[in-house]
Write a protein that binds this ligand. Structure first.
Ligand SMILES: Cc1cc2nc3c(=O)[nH]c(=O)nc-3n(C[C@H](O)[C@H](O)[C@H](O)COP(=O)(O)OP(=O)(O)OC[C@H]3O[C@@H](n4cnc5c(N)ncnc54)[C@H](O)[C@@H]3O)c2cc1C
Length: 394
């Protein structure tokens, strides 16, 4: 029965960052990592960006194995006994620990009618990337379901590599949940000019596959032929292991500012963790790289040394063909938005406000302003349009 001073469930970016955080303080304490994927930790963002451009596969690995850690890969932790301080994996191996980190991330949402789940690539992992590359390489027209982060990045990646993509989603525009209506509409137009077929306001109700050809049927009766289907429908936190063990969960594993769960010596971080954020004054769960890296490292340091609060407000980013953005805070298009464009929908800043306070900032093709945006979110306000126009120079 392996025993570890530090056991980490989840060999993703957060798991790797936690190993590094531990090693900053404790250079020799035994660390074990259990990971369901067959691969050691790698960077996920290149799967929908860099790997379709000039980045090579060798560049995505995080090198966790060189940090004096035992990796138990292709193994899923299926049981946690919080008082016995042990974890059991799907091969029956029992691991005991002094301190445990749950870095289990999220699992992709599936289409409700898709029972088998093998015809559709719910894009999340390196193996999903490889499957899609194979399909796209065969020159097939790919249907991309979803107009959020994954759908918009994959449609761009397929098109930039000479493939054909047809995007469909129920909202009016690409990124509608994040962006003000005008920007989402402009993105539809931008994608169409780049060669993507963009179908808005459509829900897929059925998918049938016969001899390699796939037909998607929408709720309104439209039929779309494709050689493959990718779906980006968001994720759900992978928190069942924690909830079954009696840890507090609420759309993610609930942690305090030191990233401790409701059980002693058990921590959680990354996409799965719901943490208090002082700047926003509420508990949030963030599904982005900066959070995985920074929170993972803080969790590792807190497991190995004196606890420090995690007060970081993470930023995130995306690339859409040759457009790109960075953003901080709550980007919810239902909030009041104030748009400050230097060049309409090409370069500018969008502020998201609730009750006069800035809750989020979108920096559209504007770089180097993330810290200023964070500072603005921390200020009590209230802010008016005049206060904000020109505030963060494009
Ligand atoms: C294609 C793609 C592109 C992205 N691009 C961006 C971007 O441009 N910018 C940005 O900010 N963010 C981006 N993200 C988000 C970012 O990658 C995630 O926030 C980050 O990967 C979260 O890391 P994590 O380790 O917390 O969770 P995950 O990446 O989900 O990793 C968790 C790992 O734990 C494993 N696991 C789960 N349960 C168990 C269990 N019971 N036992 C063992 N192992 C288990 C999973 O298999 C997985 O490998 C992107 C994500 C994807 C998928």
């Amino acid at each position: 029965m392996p025993h570890y001073r530090y056991l980490i469930v989840g060999a993703g970016m957060t798991g790797d960052a936690a190993v590094r955080g531990i090693r900053e303080i404790d250079s020799s304490g035994p660390i074990g990592v259990i990971g369901a994927e067959p691969h050691p930790p790698y960077n996920r963002p290149p799967l929908s960006k860099g790997l379709w451009k000039d980045q090579s596969l060798e560049q995505i690995w995080r090198g966790t194995g060189s940090l004096d850690v035992e990796l138990h890969l292709s193994r899923r932790a299926i049981q946690l006994d919080k008082s016995g301080k042990l974890v059991v994996d799907d091969r029956g191996t029992v691991y005991t620990f002094d301190k445990l980190l749950l870095a289990t991330g999220g699992r992709p949402r599936r289409l409700p009618f898709d029972r088998e789940g093998d015809r559709i690539i719910y894009f999340r992992t390196l193996d999903d990337y490889r499957r899609l590359r194979e399909l796209a390489g065969a020159g097939r027209r790919i249907a991309v379901i979803g107009g959020g982060f994954i759908g918009s990045e994959i449609a761009a990646a397929l098109t930039m590599t000479g493939g054909q993509a047809v995007m469909l989603f129920p909202e009016d525009g690409i990124g509608s949940r994040l962006f003000p209506a005008g920007l989402a509409q402009a993105l539809n137009q931008f994608y169409r000019e780049k060669g993507v077929e963009v179908i808005t306001g459509e829900l897929v109700s059925e998918i049938t596959t016969t001899s390699g050809n796939t037909v998607l049927t929408t709720k309104s009766g439209r039929r779309i032929d494709a050689g493959g289907v990718v779906a980006g429908l968001g994720i759900q936190p992978e928190d069942q292991l924690a909830s079954a063990a009696g840890l507090r969960t609420d759309d993610g594993i609930v942690v305090d500012e030191f990233l401790r769960t409701s059980a002693p010596e058990i921590y959680a971080a990354g996409d799965v963790a719901k943490f208090p954020n002082p700047a926003l004054g509420t508990r949030i769960r963030v599904e982005h790289e900066d959070n995985a890296n920074t929170m993972g490292q803080t969790a590792g340091r807190n497991m190995a040394g004196p606890p420090a609060p995690y007060h970081h407000l993470p930023f995130f980013y995306s690339d859409l063909f040759d457009l790109g953005y960075e953003a901080v805070g709550d980007l919810d298009s239902r909030l009041t938005t104030i748009e400050d464009w230097k060049q309409p929908h090409r370069e500018g800043v969008v502020y998201y406000l609730r009750d006069g306070r800035v809750r989020g900032v979108l920096l559209w093709n504007v770089w180097g302003q993330v810290d200023q945006a964070r500072a603005l979110i921390a200020q009590p306000g209230p802010f008016s349009r005049q206060d904000l126009i020109g505030r963060l120079p494009a």
